[in-house]
Design a protein around this ligand. Sequence first.
Ligand code: HEM
Length: 584
Amino acid sequence: MATVPLLQHSLSVAVFNDGFKRSDFGPMGVSRSRRSSRSYAAGPRGPCIRCQSTSTDEPKTKRNLLDNASNLLTNLLSGGSLGSMPIAEGAVTDLFGKPLFFSLYDWFLEHGAVYKLAFGPKAFVVVSDPIVARHILRENAFSYDKGVLADILEPIMGKGLIPADLDTWKQRRRVIAPGFHSLYLEAMTEVFTKCSEKTIQKLEKLSEGTNEHGKGKIELDLEAEFSNLALDIIGLGVFNYDFGSVTKESPVIKAVYGTLFEAEHRSTFYIPYWKVPLASWIVPRQRKFQKDLKVINDCLDGLIKNAKETRQETDVEKLQQRDYLSLKDASLLRFLVDMRGVDVDDRQLRDDLMTMLIAGHETTAAVLTWAVFLLAQNPSKMRKAQVEIDSVLGQKRPTFESLKKLEYIRLIVVETLRLYPQPPLLIRRALKSDRLPGGYRGDKNGYAIPAGTDIFISVYNLHRSPYFWDRPSDFEPERFLTQRKSEGVEGWAGFDPSRSPGALYPNEIVSDFAFLPFGGGPRKCVGDQFALMESTVALAMLLQKFDVELKGSADSVELVTGATIHTKNGLWCNIRKRSDQPQI
Ligand code: HEM
């Protein structure tokens, strides 16, 4: 699992902004004298943040000379203020103190939902408002590109969808998005269950081994298990390659993890060290990265060659008639090659596959990890989930149809994504000058921004905004059934399921961009339904057979971030075979 020393912290404090009722945050009023403000643990109800500068019981954090000088310089370099947009002077030293998205939350509470952050050598506009997010992601989407994110990912994903320039993106999105059609998703449900079954069998075997002395209880890092599971699923789903990582290790798996590690590392660094001339030959880590990349590329090239050699021409109508469930290879690669693969060069296809491998692996593993983490602290919700699973599935595996009935499990998955969005920030750069709307609380004239402005849309802030969510830091899957118009927010229409009829999972449309776990607009995640269904199946199958509790306290689970939010040392759990499962 990728980690960066500067961004590894143990959060062990629940902190409050004075604007909030303390009861809103549950029993977390632990005084700072007992806990350090510089460490970050994930529990017990997920990280709660206090705005340092508005707190009354704590003196305002003093900025040192370095911070002041850097802010002065940043403001000069970045052209000073952006109209009436509030400016948060981020302390450079904060970069070294905690994950950036925590600091962005502090400043959101202090400065509002659109502010300019003068930070070190750069300035960013930080957005935590649904109207402004909607403007950037949907209404004026093509005035923005992925900016610094594309710089980071391009050496790994080439012209794959995430870093792709606009022209390439337009062509490839049109080809790839239809690949996630409903027949494919139905066929994938089989893949999800088969792969999850292997994980369950592994856990069962391990727990049998402990029956005599340990009474069927095993201690396991579930994050690592979810990571293997998600890798197997993405391999089969995207290019019909069985990594088999739940049960074995191979050079390809090692190379995939090496590459993911590097992708993660790069996404936490602001300096493109990998662009230093000759770095890929001289620096041992970079040499290893190039070697890993070659192993995966060779593997992908082989799969593409095979798919092209066995290509069957088809069209949409024929596709409708094909019995996807009986296909040996229902993968996305098969679809791409059969449907339209002739004209696409192998390099582009390889970039597409690599993008989906990386985009779809760690994200899903993180959702499962945090779902278990949250459930383990809420045994009554775990029980409620198991009651639903028992009544819908009994002893059977989930199917495409039964997913529709597993409502509570689906809500657990989305509530987990609300509290732990993957990634916590979306990155954009303005290609031309634009006027951002003021949002719900900002200047009603909005804010003019020049071309080249770098933007962070803080999904984390949106998802934990006290203006849109009741008790924003609580784990409450039920909230999606009840939360409608939020009090006190003029103009926000709250959740309205009729905006997205038939959707199995709440989304950015239903919530009018207050909830956007998969982004929104044209560059929204193509794999959203794949990932949601995969997580629902895996979670349901785990809870069907096992009771799970954390091995230590929630506070001891340290949190780190890169592209995703994950644990520092794994999610160590005690897992015990359920004894109360109905035998139907
Ligand atoms: C829980 C799991 C997942 C989460 C939370 C997630 C989240 C996201 C988000 C937030 C974006 C938008 C990024 C932006 O606007 O800058 C995105 C884009 C993307 N995701 Fe996912 N994703 C997940 C799983 C997957 C899976 C399983 C796949 C493929 C099989 C996938 C493929 C992609 C691709 C290709 C894009 C780029 C879309 C484009 O620019 O057109 N993701 N994802």
